[in-house]
Write a protein that binds this ligand. Structure first.
Ligand code: F6P
Length: 502
């Protein structure tokens, strides 16, 4: 829905002319529901003749919000993925998309730097050491302001704006200052760290202020919400009642109450379920098993190539099981899909070398002419192929050292329509809160991980079925629509009860 409201428009701030969105006439309509995320939910594809077009991108966030956007006449604000390029707003897949431009330097400092080499490791248990650079922070602030200004420009009076993820934590406060009439939600897709780790961030107070500009701040796990609330109390001295934080303005007056709570994200269950029933995909899964040499056990790992995913720990455990003779390459194979990610960030480059070195080492030691120990695939695949892989896999390995949720675990469970198969799941993935019947383990404990893999491989069929049925029920009852409905429903309740504004 859109309305033309001159009162609201007169409040609009000046656009960031350096790289702000180009708002043409059609874009000057105002939207009642706006999603703001670092990336737009589309990728540019260029065909052999050099013609470029947009394709809906894969990935958790898009899968999650695509259906919501399709149902509403809303707009989505995000970076178009290129550097130094202005793209006019356009419509794709029933979604109005408003691109925000980034310069090459901003991509380096704001995206690769502050987002992915400061916040990402800090928020994931400092698995890699976070880097703190003031010029990265400056770029983060500048880019967050650009996103906030874009949202302020296109939002209708009293609109709902839902800001996504750690790249944009300053946007809620900036947007509230520009447009106090808006109803603002924020969802953090990644973990929020314990106070003692968060304390390292030189700009910890400013980031908390940024987030607390939202009326509702959603997290994956209740532990994340608890961590956030404790930090708000400790570093801002705000008074907290259960999940409510009383936020003060610069004069020390209470400006509003922000609510922080867990809303575990999920997947588009109907899509995965439907694909898992498709004849051609079932046939493809059989073909995959044949191509792998019809082993007794297909173990599968599917991850972005990221150091948080525990791929190295998984390979180590698997290699030791081969060394010990508990598994052998005639009977078992590990298929590891590692999709390329953030390849310009140093820690990701190093990780790729390390993982590929380990795979080479394991295969060199255990392969025979007929059998491979690990089939390593450094690619992204379309969802159809992923579902065929899930159908082909007897055991799914999710061994994250820290993960906000892990949607792969939920996809695997959903695809197992025959309720066979087993899921080995790290207790450090958000999904462990919902998938209690997985074989849960601590991936840092290599012996524990080996035991978990062997338990999954040798589960009695009835026991495996009992577990899978329960897990499938959980995911089927809590799909991504349930997630977005419950977040937006809570935000609406806050707005209606006036709880957000004291
Ligand atoms: O899980 C956090 C997240 O930012 C997702 O939103 C995204 O799909 C994924 O990581 C990949 O991130 P990037 O946009 O850096 O490639």
């Amino acid at each position: 829905m859109s309305s033309s409201n001159t009162t609201a428009r007169s409040r609009q701030p000046a656009a960031d002319t350096a790289a702000g969105p180009h708002i043409n006439k059609a874009d000057k309509r105002e939207y009642d529901f706006i999603v703001v995320s670092n990336r737009l939910p589309v990728d540019r594809v260029v065909d052999d003749d050099g013609n470029s077009s947009w394709r809906r991108s894969p990935g958790g966030l898009v899968t999650a919000l695509g259906p919501v956007m399709a149902k509403t006449d809303g707009a989505w604000i995000g970076w178009n993925g290129a550097s130094d390029e202005h793209v006019d707003a356009f419509t794709h897949d029933e979604m109005r998309l408003i691109p925000v431009s980034l310069t090459a330097e901003e991509i380096e400092y704001y995206y690769e730097g502050f987002s992915n080499a400061t916040l990402w490791p800090l928020y994931h248990d400092v698995i890699a050491p976070p880097e703190f650079h003031r010029h990265w922070w400056d770029a983060y602030r500048r880019v967050n302001r650009r996103f906030a200004e874009a949202a302020a420009l296109v939002a209708a009076d009293g609109a709902t704006v839902w800001i996504q993820d750690y790249q944009l934590q300053l946007v809620p406060k900036m947007l509230r200052e520009l447009r106090p009439d808006l109803c603002i939600g924020f969802f953090n897709h990644i973990p929020f760290p314990p106070t003692e780790i968060y304390a390292q961030l030189p700009w910890r107070g400013l980031v908390l202020d940024g987030l607390l500009g939202a009326d509702l701040i959603g997290f994956q796990r209740s532990g994340d919400a608890g961590n956030f609330i404790r930090s708000a109390r400790r570093f801002r001295g705000y008074s907290v009642k259960q999940q409510f934080v009383q936020v003060k303005d610069d004069d020390g007056e209470i400006s509003h109450t922000a609510r922080a709570e867990a809303f575990p994200i999920s997947i588009q269950v109907s899509k995965i379920n439907e694909l898992a029933h498709r004849e051609d995909i079932i046939e493809r899964s059989k073909q995959i098993r044949r191509d792998l040499g019809n082993p007794k056990q297909v173990l599968l790992g599917v991850d972005r190539l990221d150091y948080t995913k525990g791929i190295g720990h998984r390979l180590k455990a698997y290699a030791e099981l081969l060394d010990d003779g508990q598994l052998n390459v005639e009977d078992a194979i590990l298929v590891q899909v590692a999709s390329p990610s953030r390849e310009r960030v140093e820690s990701y480059r190093l990780l790729r070398e390390e993982i590929e070195g380990s795979v080479g080492h394991i295969n060199g030691q255990h392969d025979t002419i007929e059998h491979a120990a690990v089939r390593y695939l450094h690619h992204s695949y379309p969802v159809e192929e992923m579902v065929a892989l899930y159908l082909a896999a007897d055991v799914m390995l999710v061994t994250a050292l820290r993960d906000g949720m892990n949607l792969v675990a939920k996809e695997y469970v959903t695809a197992r329509v025959q309720t066979t198969g087993a899921l080995v799941l790290s207790e450090f993935a958000g999904a462990a809160d919902q998938l209690r019947e997985a074989v849960l383990m601590n991936p840092h404990d290599i012996d524990g991980l080996k035991n978990a893999i062997m338990k999954a491989v040798t589960l009695e069929p009835e026991e495996a079925q009992r577990r899978m049925k329960k897990m499938r029920r959980q995911v089927l009852d809590h799909d991504v629509e349930h997630w977005s409905d419950s977040f937006l429903g809570t935000l609406r309740e806050l707005k209606e009860s006036g709880d957000g504004n004291d």
